[in-house]
Design a protein around this ligand. Sequence first.
Ligand code: ADP
Length: 181
Amino acid sequence: MRLVLLGPPGAGKGTQAAILSEKLNIPHISTGDLFRANIGEGTPLGVEAKSYMDAGKLVPTDVTARMVEDRLSQDDAANGFLLDGFPRTVEQAEILKDLLAKKDQVLDGVLNFQVSDDVVVERMLARGRADDNEETIRTRMSVYRDETMPLIDYYGEKIIDITAEGTVEEINDSAMKAIGK
Ligand code: ADP
């Protein structure tokens, strides 16, 4: 299956993706994780991404898209993937569509994790990641609203809504049911 995970920062996409990845036996590809790995290793890509991430802003699309293209061309992604954190803008969605079209592939669905603002802020503050301070969280929420939410209309019938409140297991059950597993 080729799935995109959509939802506000702090919706728990990463947690769910890790479980789904194991159950469906397809790789979890998280752009945030890929950037953090590059930062950890001090690569030029990591150095460039860090300033944007620390500010809660989007890393420029050209670098991000190149990183995703690279990852999707690896063998383990040939038969499916869970894409977490990409696309985040309509421009990125168009790039993904072209990337997949070149391989005669299409997305099977877009899981839209729905969660209230209060729960999002609570989860992010509890997580305590470097970019999880109040000001950055506010910026990321507004980037989500302005740039990423339009993807819900963009994907239209591919959208599969998941209620992302409750326990990790409950949310996972809903996600598995929603994709017919
Ligand atoms: P969250 O979903 O909690 O915001 P992520 O790990 O997905 O966390 O993303 C962290 C940061 O990485 C974002 O705020 C942004 O700076 C950068 N990032 C991740 N994915 C993208 C993307 N597709 N385009 C641009 N920047 C991205």
